[in-house]
Design a binder for this molecule. Sequence first.
Ligand code: NAP
Length: 280
Amino acid sequence: MTVIDGKMLAAEIREELRVKAAAFRKERGTDIGLAVILVGEDPASQVYVRNKIKACEEVGIKSFSYHLPAETTQEQLESLIDELVADKNVHGILVQLPLPKHLDEKSALKRIPAKKDVDGFCAENVGNLAMNRETIVACTPFGVMKMLEKYNIDPSGKAAVVLGRSNIVGKPMAMLLLNANATVTVCHSKTKNLKEVCSSADILVVAIGRAKFVKADMVKEGAVVIDVGMDRDENGKLCGDVDYESVKEKASYITPVPGGVGPMTITMLLYNTILAATRG
Ligand code: NAP
């Protein structure tokens, strides 16, 4: 069994991105810029935003950080987004989710044009992905594809099962695997015979947000197991959706939590920002 080292791979890619960001600066005489909007005081969101800003600094992307109070109105949020859309120094715009409940997430995100949508969430970017056209791809599933590529795991002709169908992970993950010629099955909370379906997978990607949900009896001998989950176990310790200790005995490749998919997600955000800037 091989442990897929997301931390190491993320560091390698960030090094390449640092070179690209420096080349952009040299050629165009300006930095690549990412605007990050955080509304309210959610502690987890604050940590994510801090990590994103730190990662930008590491590779030489200029970050513009906006921390708005929890009582920000829809109009205030959207007028900030509009300003950033018009700002030529800002190549990517990221609104940290979830937004406070009184705000309309869909309406706010709709104001970000596809070319500055570095999260790859907007309908145009998702539509392009569905049609297997060049696009900005959602960071987490994009990071998973980079991991497979790095470890020479070719999805072509393989049975891939994606557990979870969220717009930010499960669905784009399924489309990427399909575009890579896997035969893809998507499972969710209404799926019958989950154990049988999961154990048919050559590549199993799990993104459901349930601590250690996938046990060894749901995994085929020799399967590649990618754990997107970021959960807390009974002792409050960070863990994934996969029961790592038992599943690692059956898998041929497995991602740990932490140190697997997580570090790749932020790295692909940086990648997307550089892509957005160079495309102009
Ligand atoms: P989400 O929006 O809550 O979606 C969860 C999906 O899992 C839904 O499609 C749901 O089915 C399905 N599901 C839930 N319980 C299930 C069960 N018992 N059996 C089968 N399917 C079940 O979650 P998400 O945003 O995709 O995130 C999933 C996990 O990934 C979370 O732990 C999150 O923290 C983590 N995550 C990690 C990263 C990273 O960078 N590592 C990035 C994003 C998310 P229904 O659609 O039927 O409700």
